[in-house]
Design a protein around this ligand. Structure first.
Ligand code: TRP
Length: 442
């Protein structure tokens, strides 16, 4: 179990620009191809609702961002690429986490505090124009991360506090209900400098100084012509320090190419010529992706299908995990009389595994409730050993093992999955209690 699980969300509130590409899309696509890494990327459209109330813009941005990531080489077969709003387990988990998060903790969240400070300075009510959505933003983000038990979350520095909050939520939940969540860690890409925009400030939608990632070559040329430079004439040496043009070039160029441009600056290259070099360098990297992008934009149904397939993959994990969590907090089918934590008194009520061989010569197992009703049924297996291993995994990991074993198990409906998850949680709790008692007896 040495794979590291990465997860990150992209809020669907704008059009991807070169800064997003250099700072997030390109490194993430590269990282997703690293062996031993499992990547989850999703379109955070529930988060977008906090900032944007223009439905058409949300939809457009969702398509543009998905098309950009796909065109930039994200392989949906290799990663899990989905849309947050296709996973109903996320808002459900958000509620569970809401109930273990201190309100005071959320009062201290940077984004909320900034609004409060601004209002206070303006002499208006501290919460003026602050929605409960903004206040709850960190909890929704915690649910995104904990739903898939991500180990590492690549984010910008401004998001570190949110990851720390997610760790706290994981710890409070685990403390109350047992070990269900892995504490996530923020992964800050130190090597990725933020890209300057047209005016030299950080490239950002809020400064209106961006270069859209998939501009046509003509648009790109026009925008690059608008990059702020100083007034030095051709032949005069130029400073690379503080030159937005130089920094953008560097983000796309090899070390050698960068050294060559540095020399050209010293030799007094004309700004027009430097801009032509930048245009060529960016276009060389983007042009091959442009046709794929345009194809996705012209065929949104292709993107839709990929996202739905991604959601199915994500829900193969989220659905059984949510069943486990529901059982853990006490949202259980009333027909299962087991109570985790009171395993001894309930011993009679525990479910049990049965392993058997059919006339077809193949091997099977099932999980039956104390009353004999069927909770899980395996498919035909080649060997008794395979059946034994699957049972061992279920005994060890409880409901968390259901996703990994989905190929081996016959599909059951949601209600049955919940009952099975509750039974597995109870079995695991009873086993833990038995081990503890044994240890106590010495
Ligand atoms: N808040 C993130 C941003 O603005 C987007 C986001 C939502 C996210 N959920 C997430 C990032 C979960 C990482 C993990 O950039």
């Amino acid at each position: 179990m040495s794979t590291v699980r990465f997860l990150t969300g992209i809020t669907t509130s704008g059009t991807p620009h070169l800064g997003n590409y250099v700072g997030s899309i390109r490194p993430a696509v590269r990282a997703s191809k690293t062996p031993g890494v499992e990547s989850f990327y999703f379109l955070a459209d529930y988060h977008a609702l906090i900032k944007i109330d223009e439905p058409a813009r949300i939809q457009r941005s969702t398509l543009e961002i998905a098309a950009s990531w796909l065109a930039a080489g994200l392989d949906p077969a290799q990663v899990t690429f989905y849309r947050q709003s296709d996973i109903p387990e996320i808002p459900e988990l958000c509620w569970f986490l809401t109930c273990v998060t201190g309100k005071g903790v959320l009062n201290r969240a940077h984004a909320y505090k900034a609004s409060v400070d601004k209002n206070t300075a303006a002499g208006v009510d501290a919460d003026a124009d602050v929605t409960a959505g903004l206040f709850m933003y960190p909890v929704l983000m915690g649910a995104d991360i904990l739903m898939f038990n991500a180990h590492k979350v690549p984010v910008g520095r401004d998001q570190i506090q949110h990851i720390e909050m997610a760790r706290d939520m994981a710890a409070s939940f685990n403390h109350r209900y047992g070990e269900h969540f892995v504490p996530p860690e923020a992964e800050i890409e130190a090597s990725v400098a933020t890209l300057p925009g047209l005016d030299g400030r950080k490239m950002s939608k809020s400064y209106d100084n961006t270069i859209p990632l998939f501009s046509s070559r003509e648009q790109l040329k026009k925008l690059i012509a608008g990059i702020k430079t100083d007034s030095r004439a051709p032949g005069e040496p130029k400073d690379t320090e503080g030159s937005a043009l130089f920094q953008i070039y560097q983000a796309f160029a090899s070390e050698e190419e960068t050294a060559t441009l540095r020399q050209a600056y010293a030799d007094g290259i004309a700004w027009g010529d430097a801009k032509a070099l930048l245009l060529d360098r960016i276009d060389q990297e983007i042009a091959p992706m442009r046709s794929a992008y345009e194809d996705y934009m012209a065929h949104p149904e292709k993107v839709e299908a990929l996202l739905l397939a991604g959601a199915a993959k994500a829900r193969a994990i989220a659905t059984p995990f949510m069943s486990q969590l529901r059982a853990a907090v006490g949202l259980r089918p009333l027909s299962t009389t087991v109570q985790a934590g009171a395993a001894k008194a309930d011993k009679v009520a525990l479910a049990s595994f049965k392993q058997y061989r059919e006339k077809d010569g193949l091997f099977y197992f099932k999980l039956a409730a104390a009353d004999g009703s069927l909770l899980l049924q395996s498919k035909a297996l080649e060997s008794g050993r395979a059946a034994g291993q699957a049972i061992a995994l279920l005994q060890r990991d409880g409901a968390a093992a259901l996703a990994a074993l989905s190929d081996v198990l016959e599909p059951v409906d949601t209600g049955a999955t919940q009952a099975a998850a509750a039974a597995l949680t109870a079995l695991a709790a009873a086993a833990a209690q038995a081990a503890q008692e044994k240890a106590a007896r010495g």
